[in-house]
Design a protein around this ligand. Structure first.
Ligand code: ZN
Length: 106
């Protein structure tokens, strides 16, 4: 039974690894919507009155999108940077755990 459990843990952690390597994984996509036909990305950040920015950034380069957030929505940018950092640390923790457990069992 124990061996089966360990196997599940390993496949779970490799799944997390695959997911975190995805291109669109960047948190910046929480604030942008890809406009495929225009080859642009639309800013979806709303101000306190609920008005959506709607600014179109050329392409879908996460760095360009981030720089729009940094310039025009500094509060959102700050929040996103903090979240991204937090998430990275928590993903790393999840990946480290099964390995350690496996080592102590063998
Ligand atoms: Zn904007």
């Amino acid at each position: 039974m124990q061996i089966a459990c360990i196997r599940i843990v390993i496949s779970m952690s490799s799944l997390i690894k695959v997911l975190s390597g995805r291109k669109k994984e960047s948190l910046v996509w929480t604030y942008f919507e890809e406009q495929l036909n225009l080859r642009k990305s639309k800013c979806l950040v709303a101000d306190e009155k609920g008005k959506v920015c709607g600014h179109l950034v050329a392409g879908k380069n996460a760095t360009n999108l981030k720089s729009h957030l940094e310039k025009h929505h500094s509060e959102v940018f700050k929040k996103m940077t903090e979240n991204e950092h937090e998430r990275r640390t928590s993903v790393k923790r999840k990946l480290d755990e099964p390995g350690e457990r496996l080592m102590s069992m063998s």
